[in-house]
Design a protein around this ligand. Structure first.
Ligand SMILES: [Zn+2]
Length: 157
């Protein structure tokens, strides 16, 4: 299984590396790394929202001199564009939004779902929550996701 992981946080990359130790992983820490990686194809794409990455807007005045932040939403839109017209819907990568951002993450999910992707939002945590992944004693909890992101990533759910 080939996996793209986008996050600006090294610790999260380490957790993903442990969870998917036997898989081929491409670790991206920024918008531009993720865009470059998209020239490859992937089975699963894990996306964060807040990347702490800023750039100067094209029309500086219109933004009052503020820098614009690249987010996972920009990457989600690029993923949708990249796979537009892809051979079949079954060939699309599964997507997991692992951002904890309660505003940004659902927008990313909706953008990709509207383009035919199978997407779940499972806010990142160090030790996840799912009986299928971690056996009895774990549960998703009241505020947990409907579908475990790891299960979705491996195609279990
Ligand atoms: Zn699971």
């Amino acid at each position: 299984m080939k996996i793209l992981i986008l996050d600006d946080n090294k610790h999260r990359h380490d957790v993903f590396a442990a969870r998917f130790a036997d898989d081929e992983r491409v670790h991206c820490y920024s918008y531009s790394q993720a865009i470059a990686a998209l020239s490859d194809s992937f089975d699963v794409i894990f996306l964060d929202h807040d990347l702490g990455e800023f750039h100067t807007p094209d029309t500086w005045e219109s933004y009052g001199g503020k820098m614009i932040e690249y987010t996972g939403l920009d990457v989600a839109k690029a993923v949708a564009d990249h796979y537009r017209g892809w051979a079949g819907i079954d060939d699309l990568p599964r997507v997991v939004i692992h951002s904890v951002n309660p505003v940004g993450a659902p927008v990313m999910r909706d953008v990709l779902q509207d383009c035919g992707f199978s997407v779940v939002w499972d806010p990142f945590s160090d030790d996840s929550k799912c009986e299928d992944c971690f056996g009895d004693g774990f549960n998703m909890g009241l505020n947990g996701p409907e579908i475990c992101g790891i299960c979705h990533g491996v195609g279990r759910k």
